[in-house]
Design a protein around this ligand. Structure first.
Ligand code: CS2
Length: 489
């Protein structure tokens, strides 16, 4: 079978037929999410309005996708999966790809180039070297310290700050840094981290960078939403079936996609409004809706699902006691904590979420959503939990979410969390297991929460800790269904 390439892509699958303009966008984090989200919206925008906005995609360390894309003239299929249809589209919007670990200088040059006018980021929550304990840049992280000392940076914040320093010292051209990760006020957060990095530099360097940041760099906030599972052979086969071509880098995705951002671009932008994105002056209500209703509930579905033997989010959603727990966490614990955007109806949005989660054909796995909970939960649970606790109410299903996470990471003695929990990757797993080793459940939960997992205020909340500990014990002794029944009383 022929390989996907410029010559073989059928016109009917191409999202965009123009020749590519200059790489005005450098993207950090060449993962599936970027390739099925910003790349697709950008291709649609370029199909409508041409411009110097091709994307230079930068993978952090893994070379596999970059190599496959190179062999395919930067092309790959986005395999859109709904229960009754599979469609393949080829965005064809990348002009080149790099791997930061292998080509650090080329990445630094690209970020510093005057023609680069936007840097987009999908580096995942843990890629920001953010410390919830410090509520800022993790200055205890050896990688951050190394980046501050100099040499080729290895953290995203270090890489951005060093590139911006170079821009400041050379052409000083304006640029926008657009975070597309699931973090509250992701633009403000990124700006704050880069500034903190700048403040740690020797004073003359620091002053120059801070002045450039103030004058020439914008950090718009954005909300991104599309469920994008990991690639498997099934998706390679789907491209083979649909296009009759071999694609070694396809990306599966649900049909739904949403992108809402602030229109604060220091050096222009693609006509994303023609590519399905929405511009607004206030992204916060969309971020809150997304992070709490979708991502927060997703975590509950992942952990309770994994503990109940579900491989897929769709199975977990379809398990009655877990589906009901998802409904309760939405209506009792998340929805009362913020105001929805004016154009969104709670019932409709929630019904749509359940339909999206129930998409079996997508094959979205509990282990994928459950991975890196130590970085994700901090964005999803503490603020809404504190909202209720400060008013004297216990958010039972948020406590249950945290308990289910802890049971997946550090299963209590004699409790088998099962293969899906065991397969969840998390940098905090070892620490949590060590914390579980000594003392009873209450001490374990206290130690785990004080580890910086959910910020200080929640970690010190005795009642919340106790409720989490009760759920951990219930899950371990009587199983997750007993815990959901208890939470629903
Ligand atoms: C998920 C998200 O893995 C996770 O934590 O909650 O990746 C989710 O699928 C996306 O944010 C959907 O937009």
């Amino acid at each position: 079978m022929q390989r996907l390439s410029t010559a073989t892509t059928p016109a009917s699958a191409l999202q965009h037929h123009r020749s590519l303009g200059a790489p005005g966008i450098v993207h950090l984090g060449l993962g599936n999410f970027h390739r099925a989200h910003q790349a697709v919206h950008t291709a649609r925008a370029l199909a409508h309005t041409d411009g110097p906005w091709s994307i230079l995609g930068v993978a952090n360390s893994s070379a596999a996708v970059a190599e496959a894309m190179r062999e395919q003239d930067m092309r790959y299929g986005v395999v859109q999966i709904s229960p009754d249809e599979t469609r393949v589209e080829v965005p064809a919007v990348h002009s080149d790809v790099l791997v930061a670990k292998q080509q650090p200088d080329a990445v630094a040059d690209a970020l510093a180039a005057a023609q680069t006018r936007i840097v987009t980021l999908t580096i995942t929550e843990k890629g920001y070297t953010y410390s919830p304990r410090r509520a800022g840049l993790d200055l205890d992280d050896p990688a951050v310290q190394a980046d501050l000392r100099g040499g080729a940076p290895s953290t995203a914040v270090g890489r951005l700050a060093r590139a911006l320093q170079r821009r400041a010292a050379t052409h000083a051209a304006p640029i926008s840094i657009l975070s597309c990760d699931n973090l509250m006020a992701n633009g403000d957060l990124t700006a704050g981290l880069v500034r903190e990095f700048a403040e740690q530099l020797p004073s003359s360097e620091s002053a120059e960078l801070l002045a450039y940041l103030d004058a020439q760099v914008s950090f718009p906030n954005s909300m991104v939403d599309r469920i994008v599972p990991a690639t498997t052979d099934a998706y390679r086969q789907a491209v083979a079936q649909q296009l009759g071509l071999r694609d070694e880098a396809p990306v599966p995705a649900e049909p739904f996609s949403m992108w809402v951002m602030e229109d604060r671009f220091a050096a222009g932008r693609p006509a994303w409004e023609h590519g399905g994105a929405t511009f607004t002056t206030d992204v916060a209500p969309y971020e809150l809706m997304k992070l709490r209703l979708l991502n927060g509930t997703h975590s509950l579905l992942a952990y309770l699902g994994a503990l109940s033997g579900c491989d897929l989010i769709a199975e977990s959603t379809g398990t009655p006691n877990i589906g009901e727990a998802a409904r309760r966490v939405i209506f009792d614990d998340y929805l009362p904590t913020f105001s929805l955007p004016a154009d969104i109806d709670a019932e409709e949005f929630t019904a749509q979420l359940f339909t999206r989660w129930a998409n079996h054909a997508l094959g979205h796995r509990t282990r994928q959503v459950g991975s890196d909970g130590s970085a994700k939960l901090a964005q999803r649970v503490p603020e809404p939990a504190l909202h209720h606790l400060r008013a004297g109410r216990m958010p039972h299903h948020l406590a249950l979410t945290v308990a289910a996470y802890l049971c997946c990471m550090a299963p209590p003695e004699g409790f088998d969390a099962g293969p899906h929990a065991a397969a969840m990757a998390d940098p905090a797993r070892e620490r949590l297991q060590a914390a579980a080793g000594a003392g009873g459940t209450t001490e374990f939960v206290a130690r785990a929460l004080r580890d910086g997992l959910l910020g200080e205020e929640l970690a010190e909340h005795d009642e919340f800790q106790r409720r989490v500990a009760e759920f951990v014990d219930l899950i371990a002794t009587r199983g997750p269904a007993a815990a959901t029944a208890e939470a629903q009383q």
